[in-house]
Design a protein around this ligand. Structure first.
Ligand code: ZN
Length: 65
């Protein structure tokens, strides 16, 4: 009988130890809530970055006379 050692990782969100197993669908987070919170913060931070609107439009060259 081989003893299966549970590999624990610390949740990036709350630091709580969570088992790194295929059964833990939220790894490396400990729970769905921590995963959603972390993803939510990531998303909101990315939304906070202002997108530079540097759409340089070429001048109209109506030189076809
Ligand atoms: Zn957590």
């Amino acid at each position: 009988m081989a003893a299966v050692k549970e590999h624990l990782v610390s949740c990036p969100r709350c630091g709580k130890g969570s088992p790194w197993t295929t059964e833990n669908a939220y790894r490396p987070f400990c729970s769905e809530r921590c995963k959603l919170i972390d993803l939510g913060q990531w998303a909101s931070e990315s939304y906070r970055i202002p997108l530079p609107e540097t759409q340089q439009q070429p001048p109209d060259n109506n030189d076809e006379t």
